[in-house]
Design a binder for this molecule. Sequence first.
Ligand code: ATP
Ligand code: MG
Length: 379
Amino acid sequence: MRIRTLHLTNFRNFDDITVDFSDRRNVILGANAEGKTNILDAVHMLGVGRSHRERRDSNLVKFGEAYYRIEGVFDHIGVKTTIEVAYNADGKRIRLNGKEARGPDLIGLAAVVITSPDDIDLVKGGPQLRRRFLDIAISQTSREYLKMLQQYVRALAQRNTLLRDARDKGDRPNTAAWDRILVEAGSRVVAHRLGFLELLTPKVEANFKLISGGSGEVTLPYESKSYDAGGAGASVSHEDAADHIASIASAFMEAVNRNRDSEIARGYTLVGPHVDDFRFVVDGRDIRQFGSEGEQRTSVLSLRCAEATAIEERLGKAPIVLLDDVFAELDNARGAALISLISGFDQIILTSARQSPLGGEKVNRIHLKDRMVTYDGEA
Ligand code: ATP
Ligand code: MG
């Protein structure tokens, strides 16, 4: 799926703007604070139903306005699809071809992969960012994953309420019904994550070698408090993981039972995919602890490019690749390697506050100035 046209109303710094994209290479150029990142984020909103960088929809509404509206016209082998995401005080609304739709309906439609300089936190920062990475990437290719994740999150919230109330009253809660849903949904979430990491690993390794110009064996071990991923876990293949849901579930149930007293004492759930993590290891070194800044950036870009390839393999169609200011941070050799790496992708939209990092081939250059768009180059 490729995006043709984007219309924004009261989104971030824009009152009203239309941007036309070409099929393949698009570069958004403009000074700082013109809204380049906001345009990429708007495309991300249409792909996954939420912002890449802002949790609260109210913060996406242009200051002083009451609503925002994002509309994109997409094209896949000649078939047009219109996706609209709008928000006002009553909440968020999604429409597909003019008809009311829900978040899960977006799955598999306009998959997107985004990377920005903030992504360094995927390697450097806390585990919630890595869980979010897995959740968004896997949800884009699997309705089942999204459904299990939603069931899990609901069961977790209910169970935590019971645990908290019991702690406050000094009771022993009966969480059995929620334990069952937690374990059933949660073990499927874990199995999907293991399968996805397995799919990513060789791709990340190839990308890492290409960008860094070096060698290095990459592993992405999954770290779980409910399921011992040590040894076998990280190398469980996608099919095996599905077969092993039962063993993941029984380990999870054991962990729930083992932690019961401490959970009652603390008043919340201590184990499960909501606290899991994965690591980025090159030749046995954890890049989070031992990587240079450049290696960390290379790791993240390798991961994002692998995500794009994995999504394409699973969906059978390429995601839209959004690259926010990624060349600014790379040395020349790595920049050139990244250009050759992304040359295999289908539609790309990238931003730069300087000149276009892409030349030589047909590039649609989109200039942003004072909230106005002009174009040059070949569309
Ligand atoms: P840079 O080159 O520095 O990355 P950019 O072109 O990517 O800049 P954006 O991050 O897209 O710029 O932001 C553009 C402007 O949008 C910023 O000045 C920001 O303050 C503004 N902005 C963000 N949210 C809102 C909002 N809700 N209402 C109005 N303006 C906003
Ligand atoms: Mg920006």
